[in-house]
Design a protein around this ligand. Structure first.
Ligand code: HEC
Ligand code: HEC
Ligand code: HEC
Ligand code: HEC
Length: 448
């Protein structure tokens, strides 16, 4: 007997039982109402081409996949298909590294399941395309619920660590805040740790404001890429919805993502619940907002005004940032060296970080317009500093004039930075036909 027990133990460790709850259809007979409303997110199929709306972004993000394609978000049921189809995730090419499997982190409950099976480092060092055939489920029940009951859970190792770092460990929060954290495991800013198996990291050691996260990156002398026009060491912000909301008037009143985006419901037999059709919040005016706001039209107007104010200011910042990158290029061409350039390049890096933090957050005009405007004002001050520093350098190096491009369209901006989007699109299309449509799960083709 003694000899058998350890062997048996090893067998159990080696063979992980597949977790049924990862499969969204498993939940259908248990909670039919939640299942049906969750499924209805596949009616939210509209999205905007953000680069077409703001073509200067293409140039500011030159050198990153974001300059190829960037759409506004749509329903949760499209998450696996959209990440499979975007030009950002590319194709598989002989002799070229794939993107990290970490890109799956916010798309599917199969991700935490695979992390359990493989280990976090093993998963995140895998290739995005290599693990794709395992990603059969879009964002679903097991992303936010533990086991097969409806206890709330956060399931990503990096999110569990981050909430604790931010002094809000999940298990110590009340039910209301835990609900917001289920959203916050994906709707947050992050980066991949290239020195640590491309693990996902949420950089909240000093806190979660733009300033505190910048301090973290600056302290570590981290940069995500060198900007091909200015050579500035750049940072990329990603949709900090949780961060900006957590400092809003709504958060102070206990109004969370769940309050606004998952309206309360009542079943036929009078049981209270929540619509799992996570959608735009304003259509929940009567059941949610009206408790505190009098008029739907006034609120809609306020949202539009907020959006317009943010849009005007961001446009000014984008114009200045674009010029700053070209100012730097002109200085390099005139023979500037790193020690002359470094202050200005650091100002460009910081300015673009504040800009990105404000504008990469979807719904910021509703979640925390004050913070967005404050971050954009900081971005403006920093880029003005950079341009003053570069102007002085231009005089020193006898740069008479800088040739700034005018950007009128996405196509023109992409051409300016040397992206052949037509070729990329054709290549992707061929790959989708030969691989994604044939060998990836059905979810990868939803909506296409
Ligand atoms: C597992 C990661 C994940 C979780 C958890 C998550 N989201 Fe999302 N969410 C996404 C992704 C990815 C998209 C974009 C999908 C696309 O465009 O294909 C998205 C899209 C959205 C949208 C846009 C919908 C539309 O029709 O435009 C809203 C609103 C949203 N999420 C709110 C929430 C809220 C509220 C929660 C918590 C209750 C939440 N999300 C939890 C990843 C997640
Ligand atoms: C006070 C209500 C409220 C709260 C709280 C709230 N939101 Fe929103 N959210 C909105 C509104 C309103 C919009 C904008 C809809 C519009 O203008 O189209 C929005 C937009 C969004 C969008 C963009 C949708 C799109 O298609 O562009 C996402 C994603 C989102 N919210 C996620 C979240 C997450 C995650 C949280 C919590 C961290 C949260 N929201 C908290 C009301 C709220
Ligand atoms: C993005 C996160 C998220 C996803 C995905 C999700 N839920 Fe939920 N669910 C919640 C939250 C948050 C609550 C609690 C709301 C509250 O009580 O404040 C909840 C509540 C519930 C409840 C309690 C009754 C109710 O409606 O409030 C059930 C049952 C449930 N979910 C089942 C499901 C099923 C089944 C699925 C998949 C089809 C699912 N959930 C997907 C976040 C999610
Ligand atoms: C529990 C009360 C409460 C609920 C519910 C609520 N709000 Fe608010 N909302 C507030 C408070 C408090 C403020 C801040 C004071 C003010 O501007 O009136 C606010 C402010 C706002 C603002 C202005 C933000 C700004 O700074 O310009 C918008 C937009 C908004 N709410 C949208 C919504 C939407 C949309 C919903 C429903 C999905 C909603 N609120 C639900 C309490 C609430």
């Amino acid at each position: 007997m003694k000899a058998i027990i350890p062997i048996f133990g090893l067998l159990l460790v080696g063979c992980h039982q597949p977790d049924q709850t990862v499969n969204n259809d498993y939940w259908k007979p248990i909670y039919p109402e939640q299942y049906q409303s969750w499924k209805a997110t596949d009616t939210q199929d509209q999205r905007d081409d953000v680069l077409a709306e703001h073509p200067k972004m293409v140039v500011l993000w030159a050198g990153t996949p974001y300059s190829k394609q960037f759409n506004s978000p749509r329903g949760h049921r499209f998450a696996v298909a959209d990440v499979s189809h975007t030009l950002r995730t590319g194709t598989v090419k002989e002799g070229e590294n794939q993107l990290s499997a970490s890109c799956w982190s916010c798309k599917t409950p199969n991700m935490p399941e695979l992390v359990k099976q493989m280990g976090e480092a093993e998963f995140t060092s895998s290739g995005f395309h290599d693990v794709a055939p395992k990603m059969a489920n879009t964002i679903g029940c097991a992303d936010c619920h533990q086991g097969d009951n409806h206890e709330l859970a956060i399931t990503r190792p990096h999110a569990i660590k981050a909430m604790a770092k931010n002094h809000q460990p999940f298990e110590k929060q009340d039910h209301n805040w835990q609900g917001a954290q289920t959203c916050g495991q994906c709707h947050v800013t992050y980066y991949f740790q290239s020195e640590n198996h491309n693990k996902v990291n949420i950089p909240w050691i000093f806190g979660s404001t733009a300033e505190e996260i910048l301090k973290y990156y600056d302290t570590r002398r981290y940069y995500e890429w060198l900007h091909p026009i200015s050579q500035a060491p750049m940072l990329k912000a990603r949709h900090p919805e949780y961060e900006t909301w957590s400092r809003s008037d709504h958060a102070k009143q206990g109004v969370t993502c769940v309050s606004c985006h998952m309206a309360p419901t009542e079943s036929d037999d009078g049981q209270p619940g929540h619509s799992h059709q996570v959608t735009d919040a304003i259509s929940n005016f009567d059941s949610v907002c009206s408790a505190c706001h009098d008029s739907e039209s006034a609120l809609t107007q306020q949202l539009a005004d907020n959006k317009a104010r943010i849009s005007t200011l961001r446009d000014h910042v984008e114009t200045q940032l674009l010029k700053a990158h070209f100012d730097a290029q002109a200085a390099w061409k005139a023979g500037a060296n790193w020690s002359q350039m470094s202050d200005a390049l650091v100002s460009i890096r910081r300015s673009q970080w504040y800009w990105d933090f404000a504008i990469a957050s979807h719904g910021i005009h509703a979640h925390n317009p004050k913070e967005a405007l404050a971050d954009l004002n900081t971005a403006m001050q920093l880029v003005e500093e950079a341009r003053l520093q570069l102007g002085a350098l231009h005089r020193q190096l006898k740069v008479a004039e800088v040739d700034y491009p005018t950007i009128n369209s996405k196509a023109q901006a992409q051409e300016l930075i040397g992206l052949n989007v037509e070729a990329l699109t054709q290549e992707k299309q061929r790959y989708i036909e030969s691989e994604v449509a044939k060998h990836w799960p059905e979810a990868a083709m939803r909506g296409y």
